[in-house]
Every structure is written in structure tokens, then in C-alpha cells.
Design a protein around this ligand. Structure first.
Ligand code: KG4
Ligand code: ZN
Length: 364
């Protein structure tokens, strides 16, 4: 196995078409390029991601993204040691587009390829950015996912809690829709909240009365809907200040829930007596500054290092997939043309399914 590995990473599981080149050597990993083509505009008129539109856009754009990533990295296909691709979980049309692209490149070049779990990409990002040692605690908070994972190794994850209904990003997106703000809702709510009073509306902090690290956000969304409807009934609509106050109250409730549940997750994690305890946050919601600040303060108090990747590496990207592919490759885990795209693929197969489970098994 060469000491230095250069991998192309391909990501297309939701609404970002992404490709990146990552090199990992004796000095640690480096991102040589990272190209992300978002699809926000394509889905804007529909109030959410339309899977069919997303899949077509991925199929059209992947080649260009890959070309651009190679050009920006200053490497050709012959300089690569392998290709990593998101093989799930996600919207099946998009995942298929990426897997087919990787298989095509592999068939044409003879390069090995590795199918990567999208969540593993997020979960291993703190190793790419900060070289974290196993085991560390991870809070994955995105538009589709919310879980606490103890990351014991590149293929060894223990889920100790997660949402029983909506993911926080989904809750931010729905809240923004209720308040007449644009999508994606997280950054819009965060922006509006800056001018708002977080104490004006007493929104609930769901599930804090229940022990453990499970979370819930759907009741919070309903409470926001009631508060909004109350104002609309009273005064015929929402003022800018109402929007700001509702945003601030909502964000503050999400932040309180995430912080308290993280406190409990950290206690469970510290029972393992890790040598260099660290708590990392990943996923799109980790871009939220109030949430980051709340979690950082918690970690400072607990004597645990807090790691929040740069914003561009919190949201979906190809670099995290390239890096996760390198970690799998170093463990001898390769795929072949039989690799299939998996819409459902939990990181911890042993944890009881909480969300979206059914005949086909747990979603993630
Ligand atoms: O990880 P991501 O890019 O995609 C997946 O869901 O996998 O996360 C996107 C989610 C969206 O729901 C978006 O509203 C949320 O992350 N988000 C934020 C912020 N930036 C993005 N939520 C709260 N505050 C933010 N600043
Ligand atoms: Zn993601």
C-alpha cells in the first residue's frame, strides 16, 4: 500500500452535485480541490427537493464537476490511486448517478473504487480537518439526519441516540416555510434571528423530560405554527419583527435541546474513558453559529475538545467522501461492479431503528 494516496470523491445523494480530490500522506490529509454545485434554484419553486429533478441534474453535471475537481487539483486521472463514491443512504436516483459515474471512470481507467456511506463521510470529517483520534463523539445534524454516534473506527459506529421524528435541518426548513422565509431554511432563520428576541415566545423543549439522548423536533414546529397563527388571527399577518422574534425563539429552543442532549451524550461517552476526549459536530445544521457556541461552551465545561469543521465541510461535499474512501481503502475495503446504490444504510446496524424503518429496514 503506497504511503500517499490520492482519491477522487463523488457525492450526489441529495441536492448537491460534488467532486473533490484529497491526498493523504505522512503529513496528514489535504484537500486539493472541492467543487460543489448546489441545486437550490432548481427546487426553489417546489418547497423541497424533488428527487426526479435532483437525479437528472446530477446525471447532467457529474462529469463536469469531476473534470473541474481534477483541473483545480492539478491532477489527471492517471495521478489518482482510487475513486470513492457515495453509495447511500440518500435519494436513490442521485446515488445511482454517482455510483454509475464512478463505475464508468473505474472501467475506463482501471482505478479501484470504494463505495462510501454518506453518513460516514460526515462522521469522519473531523479526522480530515483536525486529525481526531478514535474514539470520539459525533453529533450529526443535517437536513435528513440527527444522531449521536461514538466513532470507534472508520467502520465502527455506535449510535447512542437520535431523533424520533424530524431532523433539525428539516425542522429549520419547515419553520422557515411557516414564517414565509426562503429555503434552505436554516441560514434564513439564523439571519432573521439576529434581530429577534428569543424570549418573546415560550416554545417547548421536547423530550427533555425523558432520560437518554433521543431527540424530537416535530412538536416544536407545531408550537411555532400555533404562535404564528395566533399573531395572524390578532393582527392579520406577521411584521418583520414578529418574523425575527419567532425565528430567534425557534432557534433558541433547538439550541437548548441539542445542548442538553449533547451534555448527556458526552457523559455516556466519557464513561469509555477515551485518552483524548473530543466532541465533533457535522452536517449542515453545524453551520449555525448559536448552536456551535452552545456546544462549545458545553465542551469547555466538560473538559472535552470541541471540533466543528469549516462551514463548507459541514454541508454536503466530495472531500468528505474522498477521505472516507481513503480510510476504507487503507483497511483493504474495495468494491467492484456489483456495488449497488442503497437508499437505506444505517451506520450502526445494531442500533434499534428509530426513523423511517419499515419492511425495508432502518433508513439511516
Ligand atoms: O448536511 P446538509 O448539507 O445536507 C443533508 O441534509 O445531508 O444539511 C442541509 C440542512 C438544511 O436543512 C439546512 O436548512 C440546514 O442544513 N442548515 C442550517 C444552517 N445552514 C444549513 N440549519 C441551521 N442553521 C444554519 N446556519
Ligand atoms: Zn449530508
Amino acid at each position: 500500500m503506497p504511503e500517499t494516496l490520492t482519491f477522487l470523491g463523488i457525492e450526489s445523494s441529495c441536492d448537491d452535485t460534488a467532486a473533490a480530490v484529497v491526498r493523504d500522506g505522512s503529513d496528514g490529509p489535504a484537500i486539493l480541490s472541492s467543487v460543489v454545485q448546489g441545486q437550490t434554484r432548481l427546487h426553489a419553486g417546489f418547497g423541497g427537493v424533488v428527487p426526479e429533478i435532483a437525479a437528472r441534474a446530477h446525471a447532467e453535471r457529474l462529469d463536469h464537476c469531476v473534470e473541474q475537481a481534477l483541473a483545480e487539483a492539478g491532477v489527471g486521472l492517471s495521478d489518482l490511486d482510487g475513486i470513492a463514491v457515495t453509495a447511500g443512504p440518500g435519494l436513490i436516483g442521485g446515488v445511482l448517478s454517482g455510483v454509475m459515474c464512478a463505475k464508468g471512470l473505474s472501467a475506463g481507467t482501471g482505478l479501484p473504487f470504494v463505495g462510501v456511506n454518506h453518513l460516514a463521510g460526515h462522521a469522519l470529517t473531523p479526522r480530515l480537518t483536525d486529525g481526531l483520534k478514535f474514539p470520539y463523539l459525533l453529533l450529526l445534524v443535517s437536513g435528513g439526519h440527527c444522531q449521536f454516534l461514538i466513532v470507534n473506527g472508520a467502520t465502527d459506529y455506535r449510535r447512542i441516540g437520535g431523533t424520533i421524528d424530524d431532523a433539525p435541518g428539516e425542522a429549520f426548513d419547515k419553520a422557515a416555510r411557516l414564517l414565509g422565509l426562503n429555503q434552505p431554511g436554516g441560514p434564513e432563520i439564523e439571519q432573521a434571528a439576529k434581530a429577534g428576541d428569543p424570549d418573546r415566545f415560550a416554545l417547548p423543549r421536547p423530550l427533555l423530560d425523558r432520560p437518554g439522548c433521543d431527540l424530537s423536533f416535530s412538536g416544536l414546529k407545531t408550537a411555532l405554527l400555533r404562535a404564528r397563527d395566533g399573531l395572524v388571527a390578532q393582527q392579520g399577518g406577521l411584521t418583520r419583527q414578529d418574523q425575527a422574534d419567532l425565528s430567534a425563539s425557534f432557534q433558541s429552543a433547538v439550541c437548548d435541546v441539542l445542548t442538553e442532549k449533547s451534555r448527556r451524550a458526552i457523559a455516556l461517552y466519557l464513561d469509555l474513558q477515551p485518552d483524548e476526549p473530543a466532541f465533533a459536530v457535522a452536517g449542515g445544521v453545524a453551520a449555525n453559529m448559536e448552536i456551535r457556541a452552545g456546544l462549545k461552551a458545553l465542551c469547555d465545561k466538560a473538559g472535552v475538545a470541541f471540533v466543528a469543521p469549516p462551514l463548507a465541510l459541514c454541508t454536503d461535499n466530495g472531500a468528505m467522501i474522498a477521505y472516507a474512501g481513503i480510510e476504507r481503502f487503507r483497511l483493504g475495503l474495495l468494491d467492484d461492479m456489483a456495488l449497488s446504490a442503497r437508499p437505506r444504510w444505517p451506520l450502526d446496524d445494531t442500533a434499534a431503528p428509530q426513523l423511517g424503518s419499515g419492511r425495508k429496514g432502518a433508513k439511516a
